[in-house]
Design a protein around this ligand. Structure first.
Ligand code: ADP
Ligand code: ZN
Length: 517
């Protein structure tokens, strides 16, 4: 059987679990009875779809929403998974196809409306199929006092008892009473493991910083935490090695870790990290799966993670013991370009690429946020929260300014040069710098030439980065480095929308900027 981690990316195309998913998936795969309460949009379906693929036999999914079942079956089939649905909306051919997939032992997921359970034929079918797991979506429908009560849900308990297989139930809405009712009606005396806790990790301090001298930023962060165990995640293998060396030079115990190392050396780093106090590991994302150290005191990202899910999973390795832990995530325009290019150049179908750009946007939105980061992060995972008091923006609210005018000037420079140039050249135009390239192209005669002198070069770089972070402009995948305007920028250009930018990102660095990493 393939591992859950491998299937997560190969079948579902995700690079990390969302909060809560991993533990739930492991429990369901292990065949334990499970009740999971997750917010809407939190990613419940993965919690039974993935285990279905990790386990032998068929998983029966009971769901009251026919449209949703059909969507899921379509998506699963597209991903190459044998799935089928038995609903009142089926054509005869669809139903026949499901039956033969069952008889040939191919089917992995069988979606079924609860009404189906009332027919004797279903009983015979399920006994014939090699059912190994029952998943129940919208499990609160079994509650007679709830407004979504579906009488046929009451048959599920008997089905579980008859088939004698584990059951995993999911819902977004369940107060204590409803939970108790779900447990008695669906599980009988086979009490499930319940996943209820929110996804917040309040002991983890959240912070982001734009890159200005990234190596110095990481070394500074580590220096303030000398003697504590920490992880620095890097985007490349080479950087893990150079950064580990720099950390050692600065007097830390540090080593590197990446997927290109011999299994033997990787294991030895894992063991050292587990046993020693105060070791720093500079690693690619390959480090972490097997690491279960409760007292990791900090996690730093030397480069922007791949997605908001990856970010959450990676910082979540800190402070498992519940004691205060700190994180710092660095990001820059180069990261944004790199991550966009990785998505554009990947082999995924267009819809998935669009979704990946969207997830990257969410992470960038978090990076450039103007208010509490935790509130924003939790909102993405479906939870509401008050400002946390434990993130950099709660500690020191950012200074902002009305950036509408500046952004309009930048967009106009992009459009007047037909979206064919990168940040450096665009900034030269805005500042009215007479380079050879500017003169050769006649850009010194553009009406935008020199209109941006109220900011300096560094400030314009920060403005462009924030524009990229808000997906107002994107690198052109066909033309290296050139920026194109996105649809999201139109209302600003037309004067229908304004835009607030962060000023702190524009402040001069306290030391000259030297690019060493
Ligand atoms: P619900 O909990 O409301 O049933 P879904 O299972 O429909 O939520 O998932 C909501 C969205 O989250 C879907 O678009 C799904 O593709 C996406 N999603 C689920 N898990 C992940 C993950 N690990 N990484 C990225 N996206 C995910
Ligand atoms: Zn906060």
């Amino acid at each position: 059987m393939p591992s859950a981690d491998a299937l997560l990316s190969s079948v579902f195309g995700f690079d990390a679990f969302r909060p809560g998913q991993e533990e739930i998936v492991r429990t369901v795969v292990a065949g334990e009875n499970t009740l999971a309460i997750m917010p809407t949009g939190g990613g419940k379906s993965l919690c039974y779809q993935l285990p279905a693929l990790c386990r032998d036999g068929v998983t029966v999914v009971i769901s009251p929403l026919i449209a949703l079942m059909r969507d899921q079956v379509r998506a699963l089939k597209q991903a190459g998974v044998e799935a089928g649905a038995l609903t009142s909306g089926n054509t005869e051919a669809e139903t026949d196809a499901v039956f033969s997939a069952i008889d040939e032992g191919r089917l992995k997921l069988l979606y079924m409306a609860p009404e189906r359970l009332a027919s004797g034929g279903t009983d015979r079918l399920l006994r014939r199929a090699d059912v190994r797991l029952i998943a129940v979506d919208e499990a609160h429908c079994v509650s007679q006092w709830g407004h979504d009560f579906r009488p046929d849900y009451l048959r599920i308990g008997a089905l579980r008892a008859a088939l004698d297989v584990p059951l995993a139930a999911f819902t977004a809405t369940a107060d204590e009473e409803t939970r108790a009712e779900i447990v008695t009606r669906l599980f009988g005396d086979a009490a499930p493991r319940v996943f209820l806790r929110g996804f917040d990790r309040p002991n983890i301090h959240l912070a982001f910083q734009p890159k200005n001298n990234p190596r110095r930023q990481v070394l500074g962060f580590a220096a303030a935490r000398k003697g504590q165990s920490g992880i620095v995640y890097c985007a490349t293998r080479a950087k893990t090695e150079s950064l580990a060396a720099a950390l050692r030079e600065a007097g830390h115990a540090a080593c590197h870790y990446h997927g290109g190392m011999e299994a033997e050396s990787r294991r030895s780093v894992e063991e050292r990290f587990q046993q020693e106090d105060g070791l720093i590991v500079a690693a690619t994302v390959a480090f972490g799966m097997g690491v279960d150290k409760p007292d990791i005191r900090w996690v730093a990202h030397a480069d922007l993670p791949k997605s908001i899910e990856a970010y959450y999973q990676e910082i979540g390795r800190a402070g498992r013991d519940g004691a205060p832990a700190e994180t710092l995530t660095l990001y820059g325009a180069d990261d944004i370009r790199l991550r966009r290019a990785q998505i554009d150049e990947g082999l995924a179908p267009v819809e998935r690429k669009a979704a990946d750009h969207g997830r990257l946007n969410t992470l960038l939105g978090l990076a450039e946020a103007l208010g509490c980061r935790r509130q924003r992060l939790l909102a993405y995972f479906g939870e509401t929260a008050e400002p946390c008091g434990n993130c950099d923006l709660c500690n020191a609210p950012p200074d902002t300014f009305d950036g509408t005018e500046a952004v309009r000037k930048a967009l106009s420079a992009i459009l007047r040069t037909e979206e064919r140039f990168g940040t450096g050249h665009l900034i030269d135009i805005l500042l009215g710098t007479e380079t050879d390239r500017i003169r050769a192209r006649g850009h010194d005669r553009l009406p935008t030439f020199g209109v941006g002198r109220d900011f300096d070069k560094r400030q314009w770089q920060a403005i462009f980065r924030q524009m990229m972070g808000r997906d107002l402009v994107r690198p052109d995948p066909e033309r290296h480095g050139a920026l194109r305007m996105t649809e999201a920028a139109r209302p600003i250009l037309r004067g229908e929308e304004g835009l607030t930018l962060r000023r702190d990102a524009l402040k001069a660095p306290d030391r000259p900027v030297v690019k060493t990493m």
